[in-house]
Design a protein. Structure first.
Lengths: 345, 623
């Protein structure tokens, strides 16, 4: 049942407090369910009163998200959630603003607003549910679909080259860039908390399985059998290691990435140690985007790729206004009168 | 030397030159100077579409028309008394508008072989040397040479010196109309205070122009226009876009709402962004977005957060914003969408005026999407009209479209500015908690005006979700129910219709309450209709003038007024837009008068049109 009274401060909220009475209508088995559950788990832990959350979405399967969250929410129009959220955050820096969007919504029709939000660095959290397909319109390829993909709109295979969303975000000077997956609740929760903790625009790409139109798109990264070898979990200050027994590591040789086996004479000390604040290495990490079907491909990184501190748009806007107010009193009558007045008797 | 002083009642001057000649600045300065003397005035700047069209060519001509008078005036005038032509192209483009016997002040240097060729005069033809200007009074002076001469002691390039030519002309006109030049001197000091060289050279050129008039024996007459007999009070000069920005600021102060402007630069609306960006001390937030859609979307976000979202644009921008306007209508949140119209369609005529977008404002969205429409009729009217737009948006929880146009936006007139105390209250109320007996917040529960509550994020207990999908009545939950959709479409329409109860009844601007012809206008045709009807009334015609500010919904008594006249004439600077809506809503057989040339209708042509209507009436009646 939906709670209608506001919890007093210090009352512990639970995931249930964040659920609404609306029936969740994603297809059974859709990855969105897990993401919803993790968001509902994380939000109560952030120490923010429920009414101070606002979730803005665009259009697409994922964008139904606000209806299932008992906070303030807007299900807006296709591609514009980022722009709407920018205005909301500029108006109300006190709110915790979250954007829920998909690969079509944020990278195709709304691509422009996404990159501009990132460069402006509003303190909002973008959750990009990437399922590499158009679900709501029933299965056309998306701007993140791989080349040669057969879909309803590409019966002969897609000839579009896909976006690498994190590299795009780097190009737009995003200050927080991370990747997670629907099938790893713990990791996703951590990434959600980190996105929230970052003061600035957080760009979190979440691999989300669309079991109806693109089932298994991320299977190699998420399934137990292959996950350890195909996914590389980044941790700040830790060497890049992966494999079932953490026996493999990545070493930098100039700009080249070399996979070494720690059981075959290589030492951990040789390995690349992840530094979230290293802009140049973050660019290399975002380019670890190999097709897992290729031989000798590199594993796909998950975690926080990059974090930087840069003033947010809304902080600077507030400062600029304060500065203007300090310099000049706002006197409406004076403004209306202007400098040159004459009188008619 | 003995000078004559001649008192004139009404003067129309046009400053015309190359777009690099600084004619807009000259015009504005002369206008401000004139305003300070208490004349009534009206201006009409017209610029080329290109920032710097090729120098000396016909498309490169930039003009600024000013009319000032000791009578009340409402238009910048049909024809010119004085034409200032800085080059041959300026003369060629504007000569047709000069009255017979009018004065032409020409810069002779602008009539050399090169300039004549660029202005497409045939080889060997120079209008200021042949007979073709007989019937006009030509005052030729080599402004370029005299400006250079005045500045000969300055260490600056010839190109730099030539930039002060416009000040020489201005100085000369100040002499001709017996003015003092304080306001321009002060303006130059403020503008170039940090560049002493440029300041000095401009002041010097200005004084040189004045002294040239004063000392040369050729000029014997100075002209004077007395103070206008207009309503007593304090006045200032104001331009449309500026008045619009001030109206928004005033509405912000009076409502206590912060203005958030989300916008993308576009001609001729950008000056509103510039003006509001300067006034940050009023707490105004301006956001130059990445595109038109982001501009309105950000404004919607800000309104959702409890600010007053505003977006400003022109026709093509409205087209881009349409989907977002539909969302705002569906969300039922306050938003002001300003359309400073320009010549359309497509990119059309960006710097020319047209009443291009009334139908777009009315119907240009998918689905049944009623949005109130309000328009301004003169530059200073932008203030009050946009204030009304804000009031309606906030009090009725709805987006409102505000229509201005290029002619109003850039035109200037005296404004009897209001005192902040006299401005009408704007009632704002956020919902802050559940009402008595309410167990759950219902975002689409409405009051007697069908207005829903404004519950902003951060309000405990009122968490709710809204969006663009059809909503269930009262709860606002998503609903695909057929009956509910029909109900909601009707409710949204009725909600807009009910605004008619919260706006004034339509009044007549002039003329009898019943009669032959009612001239019904909206927007920037106000001045010309007013002037035409006034003169026809003096001649004894049975004609009246009503001018609409509220275009959707119309004032509740409009139908009654329309039926009191044998003929309704609707002049518009478009191919007939208001006329379609009036015919549709009132089944009145209105006649149109349409000019689609990117320029205003003149008094002469409108008077002619009205006369024809009345005489043909009389003719039929007498059969
Ligand atoms: S179509 Fe795909 S993405 Fe959409 S709800 Fe179904 S499974 Fe999820």
């Amino acid at each position: 049942m939906e709670t209608t009274t506001a919890p007093a401060p210090n009352i512990t909220l639970t995931p249930k407090d964040f659920a609404t009475d609306q029936e969740v209508r994603w297809c059974p088995g859709c990855g969105d369910y897990s993401i919803l559950a993790q968001v509902q788990k994380v939000m109560p832990t952030l120490g923010i009163p429920r009414e101070n959350f606002a979730i803005i979405s665009g259009i697409g399967c994922s964008s139904r998200f606000p209806y299932y969250m008992n906070v303030f929410g807007m299900h807006s129009i296709h591609g514009r959630a980022t722009a709407i959220a920018s205005g909301l955050k500029a108006a109300r820096p006190d709110l915790s603003v979250w954007i829920v969007t998909g690969d079509g919504d944020s990278l195709s029709i709304g691509g422009n607003h996404t990159i501009h939000l990132l460069r402006r660095n509003f303190d909002v959290n973008i959750l990009l549910f990437n399922n590499q397909i158009y679900g709501l319109t029933k299965g056309q390829y998306s701007p993140t679909s791989e080349e040669n993909k057969i879909t309803k709109s590409t019966p002969y295979g897609s000839i579009d080259h896909p976006f690498n969303p994190l590299a795009l975000a780097m190009g737009a000077d995003a200050t927080f860039i991370a990747r997670s997956m629907d099938r790893d609740p713990k990791h996703l929760q951590t990434m959600l908390s980190r996105s929230h903790a970052h003061h600035g625009a957080s760009f979190l790409e979440i691999y989300q399985n669309c079991n109806i139109f693109n089932d298994g798109a991320f299977e190699v990264f998420t399934e137990k059998s292959s996950k350890a070898n195909e996914s590389l979990f980044l941790e700040h200050g830790q060497p890049l290691v992966f494999g079932a027994n953490k026996e493999k590591g990545i070493k930098l040789d100039g700009f080249n990435l070399i996979v070494v086996n720690l059981n075959e004479g290589h030492s951990v000390d040789e390995l690349w140690v992840h530094d979230e604040s290293d802009l140049y290495k973050a660019q290399i990490l975002t380019r670890m985007f190999d097709d897992p079907k290729l031989e000798h491909h590199l594993p796909r990184p998950f975690g926080v790729f990059y974090q930087a501190i840069r003033p947010t748009y809304e902080d600077m806007l507030t400062q600029q206004i304060q500065h203007a107010k300090d310099k000049k009193v706002a006197d409406l009558d004076k403004l209306l009168r202007g400098n040159e007045v004459w009188n008619i008797a | 030397m003995e000078r004559k002083q001649e008192v004139l009642q009404d003067v129309v001057i046009k400053f015309a030159g190359d777009s690099g000649d600084g004619m807009q600045l000259t015009g504005t300065q002369f206008t401000n100077n004139t305003a300070l003397l208490g004349s009534d005035l009206s201006t009409f700047p017209d610029f080329p579409a290109e920032i710097r069209a090729p120098q000396g060519t016909l498309p490169g001509v930039s003009g600024y028309q000013l009319r000032f008078s000791s009578d009340s005036i409402y238009t910048p005038g049909d024809s010119l008394d004085v034409l200032v032509a800085m080059n041959a192209a300026a003369l060629k483009t504007n000569l047709k508008n000069l009255k017979k016997g009018g004065k032409i002040i020409v810069n002779t240097d602008g009539f050399d072989t090169k300039n004549l060729r660029l202005a497409n005069y045939p080889d060997g033809v120079n209008p200021i040397e042949d007979e073709s200007l007989q019937g006009y009074e030509v005052i030729g002076m080599d402004i370029t040479k005299m400006t250079r001469e005045a500045l000969k002691d300055y260490q600056m390039g010839t190109k730099e010196k030539d930039r002060a030519k416009n000040m020489f002309v201005l100085g000369f006109l100040y002499w001709m109309y017996g003015r003092d030049m304080n306001n321009t001197e002060k303006f130059l000091e403020e503008k170039f205070g940090r560049k002493p060289d440029i300041l000095e050279s401009n002041l010097k050129a200005l004084r040189a122009g004045y002294n040239y008039g004063d000392t040369t024996e050729t000029f014997t007459t100075q002209y004077k226009v007395e103070k206008a007999k207009i309503e007593a009070g304090s006045y200032r000069s104001i331009m449309g876009n500026q008045a619009l920005a001030y109206g928004l600021i005033a509405a912000s102060v009076k409502s206590g709402l912060t203005i958030f402007l989300g916008t993308y630069p576009i001609t001729p609306a950008s000056d509103i962004l510039h003006e509001l960006s300067k006034q940050k001390n009023f707490g105004i937030k301006t956001f130059q977005a990445e595109d038109e859609i982001a501009g309105i979307s950000a404004a919607i976000g800000a309104s959702y957060g409890g600010h007053l979202g505003v977006t400003t644009t022109s026709g093509p921008g409205i087209a881009l914003k349409s989907e977002a306007m539909g969302l705002a209508m569906m969300l039922e949140i306050p938003l002001v969408i300003v359309d400073v119209q320009r010549g359309g369609p497509s990119t059309g005529l960006p710097t020319k005026t047209e009443q291009s977008d009334l139908l777009q404002a009315y119907y240009g969205r998918n689905g049944e999407s009623p949005i109130p429409v309000i328009s301004a009729s003169t530059p200073s009217d932008c203030f009050e009209a946009v204030y009304e737009a804000v009031r309606i948006a906030v009090e009725h929880m709805t987006p409102v479209i505000f229509l201005s146009d290029g002619y109003i936006a850039n035109g200037a007139e005296p404004w009897k500015y209001p005192s902040s105390n006299d401005l009408r209250t704007i009632h704002v109320s956020y919902k802050t908690e559940l009402g008595h007996g309410e167990t759950k917040f219902q975002p689409y529960q409405r009051d007697e005006n069908l207005v829903r509550p404004w519950a902003i994020p951060g309000t405990a207990g009122l968490e709710h979700r809204i969006g663009g999908l059809e909503k269930e009545n009262i709860t606002g939950n998503v609903s695909y129910d057929p009956e509910n959709h029909q109900l909601m479409v009707k409710i949204r329409q009725e909600k807009v219709d009910k605004i008619a109860l919260n706006i004034p009844e339509q009044t007549l601007d002039n003329g009898p309450e019943k009669g032959d012809v009612l001239v019904l206008g909206w927007g920037s045709t106000y001045g010309v209709i007013k002037t035409a009807v006034e003169s026809l009334l003096k001649e004894g015609y049975s004609v009246a003038h009503a001018h609409l500010r509220y275009l959707r919904p119309f004032p509740r008594n409009l139908g009654e007024i329309l039926r009191n006249y044998k003929t309704v004439l609707i002049p518009e600077i478009n191919n007939g837009q208001l006329i379609k809506i009036i015919r549709d809503q009132y089944l009145v057989d209105a006649k149109g008068y349409n000019k689609i040339m990117g320029i205003p209708i003149t008094k002469t042509e409108l008077v002619e049109e009205i006369k024809q209507l009345t005489s043909s009436r009389t003719a039929t009646a007498s059969i």
